[in-house]
Design a protein around this ligand. Structure first.
Ligand SMILES: [Fe+2]
Length: 203
């Protein structure tokens, strides 16, 4: 029997991560590797899924398996939002969403680590925020500017590993293209809401 779409995305994500080898900070690969029980989550679409069509045409070749699985089966996943329009405005909410693949509330149960995918539409500002958990982002599309701590915004290409240690603030600004990024969280409350210190600007 063919594994279901959630299992196929988990397998593709693990295999993509394994390709980064020792460049992945300590503990993340181990946390993603163990057996995980599937949770029966209902499908939950969001307006930001409309960007997956463009994302699948701009994503780098090496990410194609993950991007294809997400784009072709977008309505089979349980997408979520942490923020509301009160936080960053209506435009942000219409263009933002994430999918937790595994973690304390995702498609697979894992109490130690969380991982999933973030979508941000074009010309969107996700202002400075931080959280206790240590985090890795790997953008699967290019063209987004990322900022860590008090540093400048710098564009990061698809496939670059971006590490945010515990409580270090970070922010993103998308350009003309939408962003799809893989995220991994460990070592903190995995469903915690980020502390936002920045203010959203209209890009
Ligand atoms: Fe973060």
């Amino acid at each position: 029997m063919k594994p279901n779409i959630h299992r196929r995305l988990l397998a593709a994500t693990r295999s993509y991560l394994a390709g980064f080898g020792e460049t992945v900070p300590e503990g993340f690969l181990r946390g993603a590797a163990g057996a995980m029980e599937e949770r029966p989550l209902s499908a939950r679409p969001l307006p930001c899924l409309r960007h997956l069509h463009r994302i699948s045409s701009t994503a780098a070749e090496e990410n194609s398996e993950i991007v294809r699985l997400l784009a072709e089966n977008r309505y089979a996943f349980h997408w979520g939002q942490t923020y509301t329009a009160t936080d960053f405005g209506d435009e942000f909410i219409e263009n933002y969403g994430w999918l937790e693949l595994f973690g304390t509330r995702g498609h697979f149960a894992n109490d130690e680590m969380a991982s999933g995918f973030l979508i941000l539409g074009p010309h969107l500002h996700y202002p400075d925020h931080h959280h206790v958990a240590e985090e890795i982002y790997i953008p699967l599309t290019g063209g987004t500017a990322w900022r860590k701590g008090d540093g400048p915004y710098a564009e990061r290409p698809a496939g670059e590993l971006i590490h945010h240690p515990s409580n270090v603030s970070h922010a993103m600004k998308t350009g003309a293209e939408p962003l799809l990024a893989l995220y991994l969280w460990r070592g903190g409350p995995l469903a915690a809401r980020s502390t936002v210190t920045g203010r959203a600007e209209t890009a």
